[in-house]
Design a protein around this ligand. Sequence first.
Ligand code: HEC
Ligand code: HEC
Length: 335
Amino acid sequence: MKKIRRLVTGGFVMATAAIVFYSCQSNVKSAEKEEKKEPVVTAVLLQADSAAIPNDKYGEAVRYGQELMYNTAYYIGPEGINGKYLGNKMNCSNCHQQGGTKPFSFNLMLSHEHYPQYRAREGHVLTLAERVNNCVTRPHNGRPLPLDSKEMVAFLSYFRWINSFVPKDKPSKGVKNLEVTLPDVAASPERGEKLYVQHCARCHGAEGEGQLRNDKVTYTYPPLWGQYGYQPGSSMHRVIKQAQWLKANMPYDKATWDKPFLSDAEAMDIAAFVNDDSRHHRPDVKNFDYPHMEEKAIDYDKGPFADTFSTAQHKYGPYLPVIDYWKSKGWKPSY
Ligand code: HEC
Ligand code: HEC
């Protein structure tokens, strides 16, 4: 835009200048509008203040829920002291960082008010408790917590409590994922492999195996694939979804949501490599998803599909033709 301004002040043929100036003006206006619409960074301010957890029975449940988010494997992992539910030793906070309060890290601060909700993957309305169990069963490859268990009640109490930090009169930022610009070409596991070696292997291991903590209860660096990684049915297994999260959060010691380390294309290529099932084994999935195939997320990689695009194109892109196809049918494609 600076360029255009210079041209204008430099004195163009009047008519052209007027047009250029006009479009410049309208850009300025919409940029200003954007800025005005830009929500206050509530999620950053919302860092749930643990000192504010009430000292009563509800507060006890909230505290246990918070503990469960960070030390999931210790309490309900394969050798959990309060029950054996998870199939691996990851913690909820490995993906929902800072107990689900970190912006752009699959933030959970609005979840309490967003459920019950229709979920296309299951094809029916889910309660928040059922949604929690989706993560217990898929990324954690476990068996569902009983809905009336102390643990489920604690998770739900905690979600209600973090939700109380969300201002009701302002939009929140950081709850939705960071956007990535979808490239015109397919994401490439081959390019992703090189980037993985460069940027990820030092923590997550050459074989994506992660690194167990000395006490072996959980991980210092969680695994990305293999029998202890997330299942293929997890949202993390979708290339766009993972790329959005990587852009804001990985490499752990280098990326922040407002200063990502990976470019959008790099994040897509790495997510393609991590999620390439022809290279990397994962636990088996037992359930079938998306009973209504036209509701599938476009980067979900299990057919049958309600469109004519291949499995590979759904998985790696290019996604823009898929998006255009669904838009032309009057559907809002999800990813
Ligand atoms: C391997 C990563 C991973 C792990 C581990 C994980 N989740 Fe998730 N979770 C996700 C992803 C991805 C989503 C979907 C986010 C999206 O659609 O943007 C999600 C969604 C959710 C949601 C729904 C949020 C909403 O508002 O719709 C809840 C609740 C949730 N997870 C709870 C948990 C709990 C509790 C645990 C631990 C028992 C857990 N998750 C472990 C990746 C993970
Ligand atoms: C400096 C060490 C480090 C580097 C480098 C790093 N990570 Fe991570 N990664 C972590 C830690 C620690 C966590 C858990 C975060 C938490 O608990 O707050 C994590 C979590 C994850 C998760 C979610 C949990 C899981 O295991 O599924 C994914 C996916 C992931 N990293 C991918 C990557 C990718 C891809 C790269 C390279 C671009 C990368 N990481 C680079 C340390 C690292």
